[in-house]
Design a protein around this ligand. Structure first.
Ligand SMILES: C[S@@+](CC[C@H](N)C(=O)[O-])C[C@H]1O[C@@H](n2cnc3c(N)ncnc32)[C@H](O)[C@@H]1O
Length: 331
C-alpha cells in the first residue's frame, strides 16, 4: 500500500492527475483524507507517479489508526523498514482531529527500541505521520521538490513571455491526457506545456500562429534538453492542414484569454469553438484533450457540441479579472 500527498490549491485536479497515472500503471486510489490519498498500488506505479505535477510526496503506507494510542500500539507490533538513521516528521493537515504534539517523540521511542538511530538534521529515512480525520504513518519514498518546478517558471526561460501557466499546472494538464508517447500543443506560446511533456519523455508537437513563438519555443525546449520535438508555424483552427494525415494520442493547450494581441485578430469565442472542432478532428478515438478556458465561456457545452465527452472540470481563480476552468475531454 502506498500513500500520496497532493497539493492543496487544485485538489480535485490533483486527485484526477493521480488517478490518470494509476490508470496507466495499474492501481487505484482506495481512500482519501483531505490531501492524503491511500493508493492500492505497488512499485510498478513509481515511474508514473514520478511524473506528477500537483503532488507533494509519496511513500509506503505502514499504519492507519483512529487514535494516537492506537497508532503507538500498532507501531510496536511491526518491524520498521528503516535504512540508516531516521526522523519522525508530522504533517498536521487542516482537518487534523487528534492531539499529535507528543506523537513524534513517542513513535521515535518505539522505533529506537528496535535498534534504529535518530538523526534530526540529516536522516536517511523519513518516517511521515499524517494527521487528518485519522492518523497514518509511513516512509517517504519520493519528494517533489518545488525548486525543480520553480526553475522552469516563465521568467527563468531564455525566451520569456509572461503569459504562461505554472509548470506544475502544465505538467498536470499533460498527465490528465494520459499521454504515453506523444502530445500536441496547438497554441504553444513559449512552450511551457511542451517543456513539461518533453521532460517526462513524450515526443512533443507544437504549433503557434506567430513565427517568434515557434522560434522562442524551440530555444526553450533546447534549453531544457528536449530533443524529440516537431514545431510548426500554423493555425490551431486548421490542424488537419498543419499535420496532414496525422492523428494524435493526446492534446493539451492553454489558449489566449482575450487580449487582442494574443488572439491574432479573431473573435475570442469563435476562435475557441474552431479550436475545439480542429483538435477533435486530429485526435485519436479515445484520446484526450486538456484545455483551459476563461469562466465566462461554456467550454463543456461547446466541446460536447463538437462530440467530446467531459471527463474533468476544475475551477481556478487566478486574479480578480481572470477566473478559468481547466477541462479534460475525451473523444
Ligand atoms: C496563452 S499563450 C500559450 C502559453 C503557453 N501555454 C505557455 O506556457 O507558454 C497562447 C498562444 O496562442 C497563440 N495563438 C493565438 N491564436 C492562435 C491560432 N489561431 N493558432 C495557433 N496559435 C494561436 C498565441 O500566439 C499565443 O502564443
Amino acid at each position: 500500500m502506498l500513500y500520496l500527498e497532493i497539493l492543496g490549491n487544485l485538489p480535485e485536479m490533483a486527485m484526477d492527475e493521480v488517478k490518470a497515472m494509476l490508470e496507466l500503471s495499474g492501481g487505484k486510489i482506495s481512500g482519501r483524507d483531505y490531501l492524503f490519498l491511500k493508493l492500492d498500488a505497488d512499485e510498478r506505479a513509481f515511474p508514473f507517479l514520478q511524473r506528477l505535477g500537483l503532488a507533494h510526496e509519496y511513500g509506503e503506507l505502514l499504519l492507519e489508526a483512529e487514535s494516537v494510542e492506537g497508532l503507538i500500539e500498532m507501531a510496536a507490533e511491526i518491524e520498521w523498514p528503516i535504512k540508516g538513521t531516521f526522523k519522525v516528521d508530522t504533517e498536521t493537515m487542516t482537518n487534523c482531529s487528534h492531539n499529535v504534539r507528543d506523537l513524534p517523540r513517542k513513535l521515535g521511542a518505539v522505533i529506537t527500541s528496535q535498534g534504529h538511530r535518530v538523526n534530526l538534521s540529516s536522516p536517511q529515512t523519513l518516517v511521515r505521520v499524517y494527521c487528518g480525520e485519522k492518523l497514518y504513518a509511513g516512509i517517504r519514498l519520493h519528494y517533489f521538490d518545488p525548486k525543480d518546478f520553480e526553475r522552469r517558471k516563465a521568467h527563468h526561460r531564455p525566451f520569456f513571455r509572461p503569459i504562461s501557466l505554472h509548470p506544475r499546472v502544465s505538467r498536470a494538464l499533460v498527465n490528465l491526457t494520459k499521454a504515453r508517447k506523444e502530445i500536441l500543443d496547438p497554441m504553444m506560446g513559449a512552450g511551457g506545456i511542451l517543456i513539461e511533456a518533453g521532460l517526462i519523455g513524450l515526443k512533443v508537437y507544437g504549433v503557434d500562429i506567430k513565427p517568434e513563438m515557434v522560434e522562442g519555443a524551440k530555444i526553450n525546449l533546447e534549453h531544457y534538453g528536449i530533443k524529440d520535438y516537431v514545431l510548426k508555424l500554423g493555425d490551431a483552427t486548421e490542424l488537419e492542414k498543419v499535420f496532414p494525415g496525422k492523428e494524435f494520442e493526446a492534446i493539451a493547450t492553454d489558449p489566449p484569454y482575450g487580449t487582442s494581441a494574443t488572439l491574432a485578430g479573431r473573435r475570442r469565442d469563435d476562435l475557441y469553438r474552431k479550436v475545439l472542432r480542429s483538435t477533435y478532428s486530429v485526435l485519436k478515438e479515445g484520446g484526450r484533450l486538456a484545455i483551459a478556458f476563461p469562466a465566462d465561456f461554456d467550454g463543456e457545452r461547446e466541446a460536447e457540441a463538437v462530440g467530446f465527452t467531459l471527463v474533468g472540470k476544475y475551477y481556478q481563480r487566478v486574479h480578480k479579472s481572470l477566473k478559468r476552468y481547466f477541462y479534460v475531454f475525451e473523444k
